[in-house]
Ligand binder design. Sequence first.
Ligand code: ARG
Length: 404
Amino acid sequence: MSDKTVLAYSGGLDTSVAIRWMKETYGSDVITLTVDVAGDRDLEGTRQKALAVGAVKALVADAREAFLNGFVFPALKANAVYQGVYPLATALSRPLMAKLLVEAARQEGATAVAHGCTGKGNDQVRFDVAVAALAPDLKVIAPAREWGMTREETIAYADKHGIPVPITSASPYSIDENLWGRSIECGVLEDPWVEPPRDVFAWTASPEETPEQPAYVEIGFEKGLPISLDGQRLDGVSLVLELNRVAGLHGVGRIDHIEDRLVGIKSREIYEAPAGTVLVMAHKALEAMTLSRDQLRFKERVSAEYSDLVYNGLWYSGLRRDLAAFVNSSQRHVTGTVRLKLHRGNCRVVGRKSTSSLYRHDLATYDEGDAFDHSAAPGFIQLWGLTTRVQAQVQPEEGGGDLS
Ligand code: ARG
């Protein structure tokens, strides 16, 4: 009986060629697993294609809810955004796919799992490390990292073996997409000076082609989780899909990033993340109102650390879990509603309210009803500035303390 391998199968060129290549190279029977984290896939078509190319069995999984609840929303609670701009759509999907691969491998009695990543990116790291964490005994095969074929050679290999080359392979770009965003690289984008041509974008309108009138959206959160849109309670998948649509219509969520990959290279990445952009902004606005200054400052550091861990393939690390526990605890009072205005590619918070709001009008107001004790200020400042005053007396600086 030959060994069985479960391959994460997208239906694209590389993973299709991989089915055949693994049989040829390792004599391994390939079972494919197609994970739907986007919702617009022709799953049955992909399944049939896998079988036609030579898979002994083709599995599919609708993992959209699991993706949002288990990966995206925990990251949203942490405001996880890599290098301040990338909401991590691709990065978040890999640990889920690895988990499903491992589960399928156990069910099918496979000794290995496989993925279509090359040896240059972050995704190989995310798959390999996640599988190692969840199932140290399973072998991980990465055909596209091993076979050393150029794109042309891969196409020639496909032609030779009667593997249909999908039309998307004709696209000059490499694209990965799921509910949380769309990642685009390669082609002319590799020149960082070149403005992304319009055919790069599929989810967002160009700002000059967006509606003249702005749109408003109201997002309701409960303990850090988005639960409603414009007053209507929605499940996560519907909420994210609808936000992708309306924010995309107004050109919100385009990201152009010179990014630092884990393997040490800088790469130019374009992202479309309409829902992600709006939700992170809204979530931060609600936190600004419901968390204390100290909680906010500390959480900012946790957020940067958390984002790096996700990006760098360490989802299943002890530290990511520990930080997630802190993040979850921090969300106890992050309940309320945020109103945002979408217009011509911009998204701005224009209103927020919460029953746990720490904003007190009677303390903040400059009008009638001011409850802030102004007479307490001089004493406070006296102590606040004490260290500085003593130091200035004892260690007078040349130039009268002008440190520039
Ligand atoms: N650079 C991004 C990341 O590492 C996206 C990679 C997406 N892959 C692709 N085929 N476009 O998460």
